[in-house]
Design a protein around this ligand. Structure first.
Ligand SMILES: [Zn+2]
Length: 73
């Protein structure tokens, strides 16, 4: 399995939706959160991810705000 295939198997830790690779980031196709790929290793910690435009906190993410995903952090 090559790197791209491994990355393609990852899902967003919040809504478990597929991610799309954009340069050195993985972007959730659902909530838009961006996860950095550092030295080939994706950092899937939601606390360290870059939230999409319009979201100041994790609780404001589309999937969390809608009640689809629980986030107690
Ligand atoms: Zn997501």
């Amino acid at each position: 399995m090559n790197e791209d295939e491994k990355l393609a198997m990852l899902v967003c830790p919040m809504g478990k939706k597929p991610l799309e690779r954009q340069g050195d980031t993985l972007v959730c196709t659902s909530c838009g959160t961006r996860f950095a790929i550092e030295n080939g290793i994706p950092n899937m910690l939601i606390e360290e991810a870059k939230l999409p435009e319009g979201c100041a906190t994790i609780a404001e993410l589309k999937c969390v705000a809608s009640g689809e995903v629980r986030y107690d952090g």
